[in-house]
Design a protein around this ligand. Structure first.
Ligand code: SF4
Length: 261
């Protein structure tokens, strides 16, 4: 914990304004201008052709074109991206956001991924532990203000972790729900980094088939009614045929953590 944060904790009342994040790294460093320029050119030139492309094509395109290091973000809900990257983008790092609120099963999948694949697994942590967050912002912020909780435990740690990279790989699928139905395979994020989504055209069934056919590390909760898995505190099982993301922040208007907005 940083010196500033320790002092903030000591001096704090029972709660702080959840709109104000704690001191610490929270943003992505700007890209060198030549990399930012090249990324813009790549999106202008290739976004349309990649919109319907298959995963191997998209990842091999990334291996050839991204002007710098690439991070493969892994939620550990499944390990499809890890497997695909090991085959088609082996120089990329793996990046896992450990919010401190994951299911134990999710952390176990992360440990197995680290054992099975040779890529470096970078674990991004929030600035505050759960106990520190409870002290500063009040207990169970995920209930009183899940947007602030996601900002501090997902969005800002991801932003801080992406600084060394020119692009990142996501597991977005258009089939995940209406908020993602038109998502591109290749775009720029707010910092000018390439955001690349190789399984964007896949359905949940195709994803599950790939997991079975390739004997991938399996998240046990995906067989217990959890087709979309986030933090344990904010994920419920869904009924068969329901929107796969209906169990995320159920009972709350929130539908996205902010990583993809
Ligand atoms: S999913 Fe829930 S516990 Fe996890 S960061 Fe978001 S609000 Fe917090």
């Amino acid at each position: 914990m940083s010196f500033v944060t320790v002092n903030a904790l000591k001096n704090a009342g029972p709660t702080q304004d959840p709109e104000v994040s704690p001191e610490g790294p929270r943003t992505t460093a700007p890209l060198p201008e030549e990399v930012a320029h090249r990324n813009r050119e790549l999106v202008d030139k290739h976004a349309d052709e990649l919109y319907h492309a298959d995963a191997a094509t998209i990842l091999e395109w990334a291996a050839e074109h991204v002007p710098g290091r690439v991070a493969v973000t892994l939620s550990m809900e499944n390990t499809v991206l890890a497997e695909l990257a090991a085959r088609h983008l082996p120089q990329a790092d793996f990046l896992f956001l450990d919010t401190g609120y994951h299911f134990e099963e999710t952390l176990e999948v992360a440990r197995k991924v680290d054992e099975r694949y040779s890529q470096t697994l970078v674990t991004a942590l929030p600035i505050l532990t759960r106990a520190e967050q409870d002290s500063l912002y009040g207990k169970n912020l995920y209930r009183s203000n899940p947007t602030a909780c996601c900002r501090m435990r997902k969005v800002e740690p991801l932003a801080a972790s992406l600084s060394p990279y020119a692009g990142w790989i996501t597991g977005l699928r258009r089939s995940d729900g209406p908020t993602r139905a038109q998502a591109p395979a290749l775009s720029l994020d707010a910092t000018g980094r390439l955001k690349i989504s190789p399984i964007i055209t896949w359905s949940l069934e195709e994803t599950n088939r790939f997991i079975t056919d390739n004997n991938l590390i399996d998240h046990p909760l995906t067989h217990q009614g959890y087709p979309s898995i986030g933090c344990a505190t904010c994920t419920l099982p869904v009924a068969e045929g329901q929107d796969p993301r209906a169990g995320r922040w159920a009972g709350n208007a929130k539908t996205e953590c902010g990583l993809h907005s």
